[in-house]
Write a new protein. Sequence first.
Lengths: 334, 335
Amino acid sequence: MAVTERSSQLTKQSNPIVSRLRAVVLSKEGILFLIMIAAMFILSLLTDKFLTTNNLLNQLRLVTEIGLMALPMTFIIITGGIDLSVGSIFGLSAIVMGFLWQDSGWPLELAIIMCIVVGTIAGFINGLFIVRVGVPPLIMTLATLALYRGMALGVSEARSARGFPDWFFDLGQRQFLGIPSQLWILLIAAIMVGIILARTPFGRGIYAMGNNELAARFSGIPVRLYKLVIYTFSGFMAGLAGYIFTSRISTTRADMGTGLELDVIAAVVLGGTSINGGSGSIVGTMIGLILIQLLKNGLLLGGVKGDATIVIIGAILILAILINNLVQRRTGGD
Amino acid sequence: MTATTVSAARQSSPGWLKNLRTLVSGQEGALTLSLVLLVIVVGTANPRFLAQQNISDILLNSSYIAVAAIGMSAVIISGNIDISVGAMIGVLATISGQLSIVPGMPIWISWLVPLIVGPLIGAVTGFLVAYLRIPSIVVSLGMMSILKGGLILATGGVWIYNMPPEYKLAQQSFLGLPVPVYFMLVLTILAALWMRYSPSGRAIYAVGGNKEAALLSGISSRTVLMRVFMFNGLMVGISSVLFATQFSSIQSTVPNGLELTIITSAVVGGVSILGGTGTVIGATLATILLRAIGNGMIFINVSAYWLQAVQGTLILVTVLIDLLRRRRQAAQIRG
């Protein structure tokens, strides 16, 4: 609080650099970033195993799948929608891949492509019903949450696919240029998607839809097409994440990714994207994602039991939004 | 049965034909019709589906979900959502079970405590939503983590056995039906009457439909939201007692995905996720329908593995039918 007041006095002398800096620091992402740095500092005091390059890179490896799905989820939540089916699409795609290869004798390369294709189709179906029939996104994806998971169960009959050849694990378990391979995908995807959201007409259209869909439609934004694109993209990413996850843990089962949708949504919402739509950013989502994982890992290494970690993360989710609300309200006032 | 009486009572204009038509075209009517159809189809294919024991099982297994779906309906009608209900049921059932095996403790205490703790948790959620204006999906997401982690932390996820026989409320029967079924029926009717006829009940619809209009007509949305979340806590409390007393042992963890089952019941029951419309009768009927579908599929030899896929499809179909119906109604109003 004291810092806030002092910095607001500084800007009264209207130094453009300081006021610019203040705007960045006091933005949702800025506050969240500060919270993350503070958390990292405290966690590094708890244990010296936490703040090592190896550990941090490894933690990022673990969140790649959630991160990939959080990118389209950011778009979707900004438009005021939601996609609850990503965990099920994730499971279904991976199961289709595993069984096309194991039972139907498809070449693994082709099965991997099908994994992503199945995810994309599943997302496209969500989008199609949402824009064509007008089913609210929450209800549509609640139904397909059950449907896609059910299909995964039906296809696999609760068996698992395993015994993949060695090259299959390159993406999930090995490194490329000193960094976990799949992290490159997340990095490139996040930068591209971040630029698309912040700097293109498409991205601005997404914000416009979230603020006022009717106004967006009247100003010539192809609302339906954009929605179809983002839900399809969400399915695509869930399929890709399903492949990466299978490559990381070496096996695939129908119940894989159950409840994952809530982790994805938590990262997006913690990242400052308003659940009511209209505001949010990819930078915020990525910070939210990393903050959650670092907390989980740091607390665990610091000797806090896994279950207590969940409690702390739940509390931080609420607190972070609360702090941000307070700061935004205060700065929004002047 | 209950749908008939209440929906009919709602209709002020006379004429039984008109009454019947509004009834059948409403979501509650559609659900009743689907239920009747299901019973006829599955019952013809396999008469064992209609055995009294099976019907009573379907109703019993619907009960604790339906009671929780009543609270959820109120929350969703107010324009919010509560994802933490599954975790709440886990926590409250554990508390109830643990109390029941404390020597010398009267049994009614283990039934009563969840009904007090439930509204308290609801009050915390409600306070964060109503007064600190954090979106309910975020609050309940956080609350879910806190409760889930806290429960395992406190208990280690142990199983609770050896509850005294008189504790097992849900295993008692009255006039041939399990006791929880009466809870489901009575609470549904009471909640429906409250939400339809009392000012405090109507206020929930007002807040969910149009917050500003509600404020201008003198309704404090904060008070209403606090009340809604505490009401939800109470329903979840009752639900958790029914849940805890139905089985011979309780695992002190959170039942997986229970919140989604409850939300699905409310939504399939016609409660609009956008807030402002829906009834608890629809929610209860939907709970029973979904249970009956799951149960019926076993009787017509659908592979257990495909059960969930068929259920998902049926949810989708129900929602689509409702959507088309609403669109036609809107067209009628315009025309």
